[in-house]
Design a protein around this ligand. Sequence first.
Ligand SMILES: Nc1nc(=O)c2c([nH]1)NC[C@@H]1CN(c3ccc(C(=O)N[C@@H](CCC(=O)O)C(=O)O)cc3)C=[N+]21
Length: 284
Amino acid sequence: MTAQIISGTEMARTIRTALASEAARLKADGVEPGLAVILVGDDPASHSYVKGKQKACAEVGIRSFLYTFPAAIDEETLLAKIRELNVDPAVHGILVQLPLPDHICEWSVIETIAPEKDVDGFHPINVGKMMIGQRAFLPCTPHGILVMVQSAGIDIAGKHVVVVGRSNIVGKPVGQLFLREHATVTYTHSKTPDLAAITRQADILIVAVGKARLIGPEHIKPGAVVIDVGVNRLENGKLCGDVDFDAVKEVAGYMTPVPGGVGPMTITMLLHNTIEAARQLAAK
Ligand SMILES: Nc1nc(=O)c2c([nH]1)NC[C@@H]1CN(c3ccc(C(=O)N[C@@H](CCC(=O)O)C(=O)O)cc3)C=[N+]21
């Protein structure tokens, strides 16, 4: 058996076409959706991600504003910029690219973003609303994963979802989103003994750790859905996921590739949230 590949690139293309017409409709009503991106420091990976986000914005008709700062910027200057963007009517979404330099407190930065412009879904207000099922901006990677699984026609209710990783931006919230869809959810992480014994019970396995090829065929129940969130840059410059793709595809039923899987869907959900933010702010 060879797994069916769930192409994030293809799904993203379809969704972005629909988003482009929504953006055009808003623009015709006098509201051009705008996303402000703040980038601190000169990490090449961050710069490359931000370029990808700007290109995607241009494709669907979202105006993007980029603010770059040196790594040595002091926290107060950064917070002042965010407060300015919070009240800028041309800006509907604000994204501060993570990670930030160590001397800047990520929590202070996230909490300074107005919740109604928090298109990453990282503000505690949006996190809390998501947890209790209220309308909120959903975090982009978890939301992208959910849409991918649903669009592939996979039933979630009653399925055993095993999440590997417990970060605030992927692991924890993705488990919550699948719980909302009536899955039975198990979280695992670096302190979980005998990881394979648990992942082998997964109908849907979501891996968000950041360790190249952590997950091999011995971790997979035959026919399982395997979602790979890892983005690891190898020494040869190639991108690879947390899952050993070639070996696991002989056991899994469905798999997402890296690149071309979760990444493009993450960006697509960011575009979705930005257009939603513009719609909500326009309706005020
Ligand atoms: N405030 C904030 N929000 C984020 O959403 C955020 C962040 N900070 N910091 C970094 C991570 C990482 N992230 C990615 C998004 C898309 C791809 C993506 O589209 N990757 C392409 C490949 C790109 C390449 O070749 O380099 C793919 O998987 O096909 C990757 C990584 C968003 N992040």
